[in-house]
Design a protein around this ligand. Structure first.
Ligand code: ZN
Ligand code: ZN
Length: 241
C-alpha cells in the first residue's frame, strides 16, 4: 500500500490473465470513517485486506465500499472483502446497483464469451454477484467521508453508469476505468458501454483541475500536466462515436 497523500492510500492491482483493479482507501486517518474504492479480481480479497492491515488501518474503521463500476475486475473479490468487513456498506451508482440487487450480471461480465470463459476458469456459479446495495449514488452528490468532501461524478461510457470521485481541495481524481495514464482510456465495447457517452464523460472530466490521477489500472500519476484529459479526449475522439 502506498500513501498518496493524507487520507488517500493506493493498493496496486495484481493482474493475472485478467486485470485486477487497483483499490484506493480514502478518508483522513483518525476519523474512523474510511472508504474502500473498488475491490478487484476473484481471489484478490485476501491481498487487498492484508495490504490495509499492514498499513495499520483497523478494519473496523472501514465503513463502506464504493464501486466506480461493477465490471468483473473490480467486483470479482467484493464478496471476499465483505466477508472480512461485514459491517461495511456498499455504495454503487443506482443504474448498476439495481441489476446487482436482482442478480443480473450483464454489467459484471461485459460480454457473454467472457462469462463462460471465466465461469469455467474460476469455477464461478451463476448468481455469485448478487449484492444488497446500501446507498444508490446518482452523480452530483458530495460525500462527506473521513473528514474529506468527495464529489461524485457521473461518467458513463466505459460501463453503463461508471462514477468517478473528485477531491477538489487537492485536485485528486479517481476516474475508475474512464481514463488512465499515458493517454489511454477504458474500453467502450462491453455491455452498456457507449463511445459517444465515453467522449462526453472525458470532456466533463477535462473541465476539472487534476493534479493527481488515480485510475483503476496501470500507473497512477501524481503530477498530471495541465490539459492532460482534454488531450486524451482529443486523441480518442475519432473512435468515440
Ligand atoms: Zn471496467
Ligand atoms: Zn477495470
Amino acid at each position: 500500500m502506498h500513501k498518496v497523500t493524507e487520507g488517500v492510500y493506493f493498493i496496486q492491482g495484481q493482474d493475472e490473465f485478467i486485470p485486477d483493479s487497483h483499490v484506493y482507501v480514502i478518508g483522513k486517518p483518525g476519523t474512523g470513517d474510511l472508504s474502500v474504492i473498488d475491490a478487484g479480481l476473484m481471489g484478490k480479497g485476501r491481498y487487498k485486506i492484508d495490504s490495509i492491515l499492514k498499513e495499520g488501518i483497523e478494519l473496523s474503521n472501514i465503513k463502506r465500499v464504493i464501486m466506480t463500476h461493477t465490471h468483473l475486475d473490480h467486483i470479482g473479490c467484493l464478496a471476499e472483502i465483505m466477508k472480512e468487513i461485514p459491517h461495511a456498506e456498499l455504495w454503487v451508482h443506482k443504474s448498476e446497483a439495481e441489476p446487482l440487487e436482482q442478480g443480473e450480471e450483464k454489467n459484471v461480465w461485459g460480454m457473454d464469451m467472457f462469462q463462460s470463459m471465466c465461469q469455467t476458469q474460476y469455477g464461478i456459479k451463476p448468481g455469485a454477484f448478487k449484492f444488497r446495495v446500501d446507498r444508490m449514488l446518482e452523480g452530483g452528490e458530495t460525500l462527506n467521508i473521513g473528514d474529506m468532501a468527495w464529489e461524485v461524478l457521473h461518467i458513463p461510457g466505459h460501463s453503463q453508469r461508471s462514477i468517478g470521485l473528485y477531491y477538489r481541495p487537492e485536485k485528486i481524481l479517481i476516474p475508475g476505468d474512464v481514463v488512465y495514464a499515458d493517454y489511454a482510456i477504458g474500453r467502450f465495447d462491453l455491455h452498456g458501454a457507449s463511445g459517444a457517452q465515453h467522449k462526453e464523460s472525458l470532456l466533463s472530466l477535462a473541465e476539472l483541475d487534476v493534479d493527481i490521477l488515480l485510475p483503476g489500472h496501470n500507473r497512477i500519476v501524481e503530477n498530471v500536466q495541465p490539459g492532460y484529459i482534454l488531450e486524451t479526449a482529443k486523441q480518442w475522439e475519432p473512435y468515440l462515436t
